[in-house]
Design a protein around this ligand. Structure first.
Ligand SMILES: [Zn+2]
Length: 377
């Protein structure tokens, strides 16, 4: 079973927006109060107050503070759980000897969601064939299900992003392996303007709309830098910048999903450079500036491949951009040289295609690629 998230835009009315904001604020106050209690117990007595202990307050809170009555008890439990998780993470890092920041109080901007952990049974209900959703404590809110829900519903989270509200359903879905496929491909995480280049010569550019939004962001950031601190126009410019950041993140995510889906559908084995090692390969360092999104793309790719029963192999990026894919002659070339001309055999290739071919070939010869049941054709 894998978990999958389905995110839908909500269209609350103004009174509903107020209720959503109020719910967030109350959850945040509870979060901070629970955090405070744990801090004090820890600092004063070296004691830890646990999840179950704190959960026991909740009925009391709901009787004494009537404003909490309008919030589903499970949403409140989830708030306590979040505090618990923050502490667990903190203690885990301490035990591991890592630098660990003590869990912090959350300001308005840092607390932007509340969760119904058992949405299948209670708290959230789709209505009118998915045109509206009944949210406990808020009412019937208009929603847009732009793609169908799949699997078994587990939890629902109401989330604020800037001025927009979203509903995120978490569902358990059966992995659906694709029919087996013995095609293998190498991908080179490309240099501008290519997002990636394949060993078969395919080149994928970042979509135009994405580049357009990035240009807009650059302009918005420039105009922000000229506004006076504390002025209302500066605030407006800040909101605009934040909005464009979110838009870019969404566009990038959609693009990543699309490319990963295509690769996973068409190839049984996908080979790419190990980014952890890539960071150390100095000749390729210049690529790092171009798009920090590769790490996330590769995560999406790995996840989709697993779901579909495909294989993803990481190889050491060393020399992938210096070796001739035909004769193996090794020659360092400056990054700006787009065409690979081999002084050994005279062959010439697009530089990134040559790299992608080398990456694919490495899957055969490196330990990470060997000892497995498949062979690169
Ligand atoms: Zn050659």
């Amino acid at each position: 079973m894998t978990r999958k998230a389905f995110k839908y835009r909500l269209y609350p009315t103004q009174p509903q927006r107020n209720d959503l904001e109020r719910t967030l604020a109350l959850c945040r106050h509870l979060y901070n109060a629970a955090l405070q209690e744990r801090r004090e117990a820890y600092q004063k007595a070296g004691k830890t107050v646990g999840f179950y202990e704190q959960k026991r307050w909740l009925p009391e809170i709901r009787t004494e503070l009537p404003e909490y009555k309008g919030i589903h008890s499970q949403v409140l439990q989830n708030v306590i759980e979040r505090v618990d998780k923050a502490f667990q993470g903190f203690f885990r890092r301490v035990r591991a000897g890592q630098k660990a920041g003590y869990p912090r109080f959350k300001g308005r901007e840092r607390y932007d969601s509340f969760t119904f952990p058992q949405a299948r049974q209670t708290g959230v209900k789709l209505q009118e064939g998915g045109k509206r959703v009944l949210i406990y404590g808020i009412g019937s809110v208009k929603v847009k299900l732009h793609r169908p829900l799949e699997g078994r519903l587990k939890a629902a989270t109401v989330k604020r992003e800037g001025e927009h509200w979203y509903l995120v359903f978490t569902c358990e879905v059966e992995p659906r392996p694709l029919p087996s496929n013995d095609q293998a491909i190498g991908i080179d995480l490309g240099t501008n303007p290519h997002f990636l280049v394949t060993s078969e010569g395919g080149m994928v550019e970042a979509p135009r709309y994405y580049q357009k939004t990035q240009a807009k962001l650059a302009r918005a950031q420039h105009s922000l830098s000229r506004r006076k601190r504390g002025s209302s126009r500066r605030k407006q410019a800040q909101r605009q910048v934040a909005k464009l950041h979110r838009k870019i993140a969404n566009q990038r995510k959609d693009f990543h999903h699309k490319i990963a889906r295509r690769l996973v559908n068409e190839y049984g084995t996908i080979v790419h450079e190990d980014l952890n090692i890539l960071g150390l390969a100095r000749t390729r360092l210049a690529k790092g500036v171009l798009d920090a999104g590769w790490g996330r793309f590769l995560q999406i790719l790995a996840y989709k491949a697993e779901e579909a029963g495909r294989r993803v192999i990481k190889v050491d990026p060393k020399y992938t951009s210096q070796d001739c894919p035909v004769c193996g002659h090794r020659e360092r070339k400056p990054l700006w040289v787009r065409e690979f001309r081999c002084s050994g055999c005279g062959g010439h290739f697009h530089r990134d295609v040559a790299a992608a071919i080398n990456i694919l070939a490495k899957a055969r010869t490196e330990p990470s690629g060997m000892g497995t049941a498949w062979a690169v054709p």
